[in-house]
Structure formats: C-alpha cells, structure tokens
Design a protein around this ligand. Sequence first.
Ligand SMILES: CC(C)(COP(=O)(O)OP(=O)(O)OC[C@H]1O[C@@H](n2cnc3c(N)ncnc32)[C@H](O)[C@@H]1OP(=O)(O)O)[C@@H](O)C(=O)NCCC(=O)NCCS
Length: 314
Amino acid sequence: MTGPSIRLARPDDLPQILDVLRAALGETPLLRRTPELWRWKHVENPFGPSLVLVAEADGRVVGVRAFMRWELETPDGDTLRCVRAVDTATHPDYLRRGIFRRLTESAIEYARDEGVDLVFNTPNAKSGAGYLKMGWRTVARLGVIVRWRTGRVAPLDSDTVPRLDDHVAAVDPLDPLPPARRGHGLRTPRRDAYLHWRFSQHPTARYGAVRFGSGTAVVRPNVRAGRRELVVSDVLGDATAGLFREVAKRNRSRYVATWFSPAAPERRIARRALYAPVPGLRTLTLVARPLRSLPVDVFDLGNWDLAVSDLELL
Ligand SMILES: CC(C)(COP(=O)(O)OP(=O)(O)OC[C@H]1O[C@@H](n2cnc3c(N)ncnc32)[C@H](O)[C@@H]1OP(=O)(O)O)[C@@H](O)C(=O)NCCC(=O)NCCS
C-alpha cells in the first residue's frame, strides 16, 4: 500500500466519493447519497461551490472532505465568509491513519488562503473528538422544542418515508416570498436565491407551508427514532403565537418539533404557543473554528440567530 495523497476533488471523482460516503456512513430511506443530493449541496449552493478534497491510496479515493460555502451576517450588517465542515468520511479499510486529519487540515489551509473567516459545523459522535483535537471549540449542545398532540396518532412503520400531504396541502412556502427580518445575532441572510435553493430545490426533502396572518411556517414531515414528527424548519415573515398554534392544529404526528436559538425571537413566540424544550434531549452539537479574529464571540450561543433550517441540510 502506498501512503494516501491529498488533492482537490475533480468532477469525475463523484462516483467514488459517493461510494466512500456510503461505505462509511450508510444510507437511510430519508437520506440517500445520490449524485443529485451531492450536487445540490456542493455545486448548486448559492453561496458557491464547496471546497472538496479527496485522499487517494492504492489507485482509488479512500477519503473525502467537503467544506460548504456559507455566509453569516452580523446585526451590524457585516458579512462573515464561512465554510461548513459537512460531508467527511474515510473508507472503513483506511481508518485511524490520519486521513480525516490530513484532509481537514489541508482544507483549512485552502479556506484560510481564500480569506474565509469562520468554520462551523454540527459533527456527529464519530468525528466530534477529531475536530476538538484539531482546534475547533464547542459553541453549545442544542436541543429540541416540542408541542405535543393529544389524542390518537396513526401507527407508523419506521421505514416509511413520511408524506407532506399527510399534514398540509403542498403549497409553495415561497409564494409569496415574505420579507426577511433583521438578525439578532449571526444569521444566514435569507436572500431569494438562498430560500429557493434551500426550500424549493432540495432533491429529496419536501417542504410545505402553514400560513397565518403575514407569517409562513416552513414545515417538513420527518421520522426520528421511529416516531413521526412534523418539523418547523423556519418561519418567514411575521412569527406569531397564532402561527405556531396553526401548525400544531395541522399536525397529524404525535408532536411538532422545532428549534430556534435563544437570540431568535421565534423561540420566545413558540414558547407562548406551548412549545417547550425537551429536558435533557440534545440532538446536535454546534462547533466552530474562527480563522481570524472576529468582531463577535462565536463561542457564545447568545450571539447566533438560528433556526432548524440553518443547521440541518435536509
Ligand atoms: C470520523 C472519520 C472521518 C475519522 O476518520 P479517520 O481518517 O479514521 O480519522 P483520523 O485517523 O484522521 O483521526 C483524526 C483524529 O480523530 C481521532 N479519531 C478518529 N476516529 C475516532 C474515533 N472513532 N473516536 C475517537 N477519536 C477518533 C483520532 O484519534 C485522531 O486524533 P490523533 O491524530 O490525535 O490520533 C471516520 O471515522 C469516518 O469516516 N466515520 C464515518 C463517517 C462519519 O461519521 N463522518 C462524520 C460526519 S459527516
């Protein structure tokens, strides 16, 4: 075996990249590692094409590392150029040989040379320790806010891909496109191109809309641990307790799940509509690594204005 070499990915690497991701991470009915999903995330993203590196050994791709381009705006209107450390995998035959570390450190060097300000991501249990060893720090462990439904709920086969029209009519959440509110912390700018990419052009996730007054809740059905749930991914336009109550009324699952960071006004408003944090439940860990000195403390969750849609990429 020759030692792995690290290089920028080429378009013709895609089949091998997907093979490595499938071998390392597997697939579920809700998450298929298709070329379409890869292209949506890493080629069509309105913030720009991803920085993708591969490791090659024995004449094949054995590791992959993708940094998605992103932007966050500060409340003062400054834009931070970001990357999100998302898809990363080492083929199971090549683990614990430093491939993830070498790929990630090379990607950081490329990002730094390009003037990227900040890296952030929500690693899983397998990669979390590796990031912390490489200089990332934890911002916070994030939970879920839930409103329970009383009464009977249809039983569910956990392999079933949930259907949007079980809950809401398939209306386009972006028609009409509500005005974006200002940020109360680091916030993804919700420009038209971003909203269309995020909610209308996703190759697998189907988003619907629940409207109330001049607010739109962007929702998607999901299955978590064999349980059917309706997720409020984002709120566009005016968030009101009436809007969150309207979502709960339309829901056909055991509960509605959402999450907003403490700086987001939607969190307070959802609480008024009886959405409550689930004690002790932590689903994601937000980690970050600034690549230069920044005008805001990114390790204080109070400085982030986030919704579910900013973190998950479903
Ligand atoms: C996570 C993953 C990419 C690590 O790949 P790898 O090439 O084996 O990692 P490395 O050999 O470069 O290890 C880098 C550091 O992380 C640590 N590390 C790697 N795997 C670890 C594990 N399972 N538990 C604890 N630490 C681990 C290593 O100790 C190493 O630190 P060191 O250099 O000080 O020893 C690999 O396990 C994988 O592909 N997992 C499945 C896919 C996945 O979960 N991807 C992340 C989410 S997209």
